[in-house]
Design a protein around this ligand. Structure first.
Ligand code: ADP
Length: 271
């Protein structure tokens, strides 16, 4: 049965008068749906040929010394670009799945503490020689009702961004805390920061604050769009604060209804 989508705007005039405008946005909604499906399908179709190309390129790189010297650089460049394209396709597929709500988020419980431990560990590896000081602090050990793989994508995008956009030796602080309003994940860095005028558009697909400043970070421009949609799926929202040259703070807010007590640990007394 076809659905009709209406956008309703109510304006108040004084105490009594109301102006109600209802606009039929069904067509717009359908177009948006078609766009999502199209992007999702194209990405899927491109993945297989790309995997084949990358595979052969990797083999060529591995046998670099057998290639004529003038070909080596070309082959290495092709391999790097092919793997960038693979990252892009992976993010596009993920985003279109998350946007269409293909995953249900309500029935699973995520151990945020364990998740953040793993991601911080991976972030330290990503930091490598840049030796960032990554500090994780957890003050609430309850579980979060929500899809672990989506939350993993969102949290790792934020924490890996902090590593990418912070010069060597900088500090990255990750804090999971709760209060009356709900649960909050703060990811704070002492990195390059960004001009706050960009903040409203930062979660748009492919939007980058200043492409010339970080063309070598190898991002896809889809990370924060993924974060935004994961938070929408979990009734949460994203807050961003930043100052050029000083650093940035990305805060994910989740409503308190999503927090769940841990079941008692039955293995505690096993010898
Ligand atoms: P990208 O793949 O480019 O990192 P994202 O969607 O993850 O894409 O981020 C969008 C843009 O937001 C980035 O290009 C960058 O300009 C800015 N940004 C994201 N995280 C940070 C951060 N921690 N510090 C400074 N700028 C950031």
């Amino acid at each position: 049965k076809p659905h009709i989508h209406l956008q309703i705007q109510i304006s108040l005039f004084g105490d009594e008068d109301r102006l109600i405008v209802a606009k039929d946005v069904t067509r717009l909604y359908q177009l948006e749906q078609m766009r999502r499906d199209f992007v999702g399908n194209v990405s899927h179709e491109m993945r297989t040929p790309l995997t084949v190309i990358s595979g052969y390129l990797e083999t060529l790189v591995d046998h670099g010394e057998e290639l004529p010297p003038k070909w080596r650089r070309a082959v290495t460049t092709m391999a790097v670009q092919a793997s960038r394209m693979e990252a892009l396709i992976t993010d596009l597929i993920l985003l279109s799945r998350i946007e269409t709500g293909e995953h249900t988020v309500d029935d699973t419980l995520t151990d945020v503490e364990a998740l953040l431990n793993q991601i911080s560990h991976d972030a330290q590896a990503l930091s490598g020689d840049k030796n960032h000081q990554i500090t994780l602090s957890i003050s609430d050990h309850r579980l979060l009702r929500g899809d672990e793989s989506q939350l993993r994508s969102a949290f790792s995008n934020l924490i890996f961004n902090a590593v990418k956009y912070t010069p060597a030796g900088g500090d990255i602080t990750v804090v999971w805390s709760t209060n009356r309003d709900g649960a909050h994940l703060l990811v704070k860095d002492t990195g390059i920061g960004l001009d706050p005028i960009h903040i409203p558009r930062l979660t748009e697909r492919f939007y980058r604050a200043d492409p010339s400043r970080h063309k070598d970070t190898g991002g896809t421009g889809l990370g924060l769009a993924i974060v935004k949609h994961v938070l929408i799926n979990h009734d949460g929202n994203l807050e961003i604060r930043s100052k050029v040259g000083e650093g940035s703070e990305f805060i994910c807010h989740f409503p308190r209804e999503r927090l769940v007590e841990r079941a008692p640990d039955n293995n505690q007394n096993v010898p």
